[in-house]
Design a protein around this ligand. Structure first.
Ligand code: AMP
Ligand code: ZN
Length: 126
């Protein structure tokens, strides 16, 4: 049985209950524009099934995990950033400020970015 969470905003987008600007979809994943873009290209790539975070992936999710990365490449091509470059970001858990509990890759591009991706980066390993 596919995993679905009725309270999840991204499951509602998958079900068509909340509108989204869909960029790409196949049987495993869906990609849509972030409602609050941080760059000219900002697309979220999610598994169709509800998986709360990367930490919840299990070995049986190998196919889904692979499809997220393959879809990122496809979305980069569709949105025209394949050559110019793009960043794929998974915010996972509280320290990373994950705000939606359904795995999503942020595909960000269309502008030159900085590194590290946050201010005050420490040189100490934690
Ligand atoms: P994160 O903070 O990594 O969990 O990212 C969640 C992202 O989902 C944020 O960038 C939000 O702007 C985005 N978001 C939240 N609700 C929607 C929505 N209904 N449609 C598109 N993007 C959304
Ligand atoms: Zn969900």
């Amino acid at each position: 049985m596919p995993r679905i969470e009725s309270d999840c905003i991204f499951c509602k987008i998958v079900a068509g209950q909340i509108p989204a600007t869909v960029v790409y979809r196949n049987e495993h994943v869906m990609a849509f524009r972030d409602v609050n873009p941080t760059a000219p290209t900002h697309v979220l790539i999610i598994p169709i099934e509800h998986i709360p975070s990367l930490s919840h992936l299990s070995p049986t999710d190998e196919t889904i995990a692979g499809h997220i990365l393959l879809a990122a490449r496809t979305v980069a091509e569709i949105t025209g950033v394949l050559e110019s470059g793009y960043r794929l970001v998974f915010n996972n858990g509280p320290d990373a400020l994950q705000s939606v509990g359904h795995i999503h890759a942020h595909l960000i591009g269309g502008k030159s970015m900085g590194w590290p991706p946050f201010p005050g980066a420490s040189v100490h390993h934690g």
